[in-house]
Design a protein around this ligand. Structure first.
Ligand code: COA
Length: 259
């Protein structure tokens, strides 16, 4: 990829998996305004690159996925700039969630505050058994501001979300799995485990995966069932649908074209 970044690493392998690594290991990959800006640009670059079929988001180094928004920067905020910064983080994370190819967080260590919020903006999360997750913003006199109050509530329910947010406590990967905050816990490399899941997903019909992401997103809206029927119908006109059903009937493996 032509563009280069100061705080991110972007790598695309031959199967079309893009690994996006937040790369400030000396600050446990804390999200400062430059990281957010570069993340924003990186998501645009991913959208424009037809070779990219899926994305892993992870953190550089052994210790952290992302240890939160940059507290040094946060400490200077006032009510006006604070609201703006929160909205900016929300917008960038929404852009990640809105990607129509699968995006999975490989949570390799601390995923705290904005780091946990970044992981929650990904479609799925796989955590190393050494990871620790949490929303400790109340310990700074704040609340989560990059979508965490909304996404955690949807993922784990209101009572658990309020417990995590009001205590600010760190939870183990195992507890995060038990409450539904992460999809899987691994003793191995979270990145390898994510790639293995992405390889399974990428064997399915790509247009179906896109429409699955779009349909599930509508689960929050009043028109969810209508959207599901429309997206289902749309798929019935695709070459992938003909290939998938044809392959089943002919007792062979499908070879999807993504059309
Ligand atoms: N913002 C800015 N800098 C951060 C950071 C953050 N969120 N998290 C860690 N860092 C920096 C530390 O200041 C330190 O920098 P320094 O070496 O220049 O002093 C470096 O990263 C290493 O962190 P350190 O605290 O020394 O590591 P640790 O192993 O002792 O503790 C944590 C790890 C994650 C428990 C601790 O760093 C922490 O509590 N971080 C903040 C978590 C948080 O509140 N996040 C929510 C923000 S919204």
């Amino acid at each position: 990829m032509a563009q280069s970044y100061e705080t991110l690493l972007l790598e695309v392998d031959e199967s079309g998996i893009c690994t996006l690594t937040i790369n400030r290991p000396d600050k446990l990959n804390a999200l400062n305004s430059l990281v957010l800006e570069e993340l924003d640009n990186a998501v645009d670059a991913i959208k424009e690159n037809y070779k990219i079929k899926s994305v892993v988001i992870t953190g550089a180094g052994e210790k952290a996925f992302v240890a939160g928004a940059d507290i040094k920067e946060l400490s200077t905020l006032d009510p006006v700039s604070g609201e703006k910064v929160s909205k900016r983080g929300q917008d960038v994370f929404q852009k990640i969630e809105d990607l129509t190819i699968p995006v999975i967080a490989a949570v390799n260590g601390y995923a705290l505050g904005g780091g946990c919020e970044l992981a929650m903006a990904c479609h799925l999360r796989i955590a190393s058994n050494k990871a620790a997750l949490g929303l400790p913003e109340v310990s700074l006199g704040l609340i989560p501001g990059y979508g965490g109050t909304q996404r955690l509530t949807k993922l784990v329910g209101r009572a658990k979300a309020l417990e995590f947010i009001m205590t600010g406590r760190q939870v183990t990967a195992e507890e995060a799995f038990e409450v539904g905050l992460v999809n899987q816990v691994t003793e191995h490399s979270a990145v390898d485990e994510v790639k293995s899941m992405l390889n399974k997903i990428m064997k399915q019909g790509p247009v179906a995966i896109k429409n699955a992401l779009l349909a599930v997103k509508e689960a929050d809206s009043a028109n969810g069932f209508e959207a599901e029927a429309r997206l289902f119908g749309e798929l019935c006109g695709t070459a992938d649908f003909k290939e998938g059903t044809g392959a089943f009937l002919e007792k062979r493996k499908p070879n999807f074209s993504g059309k």
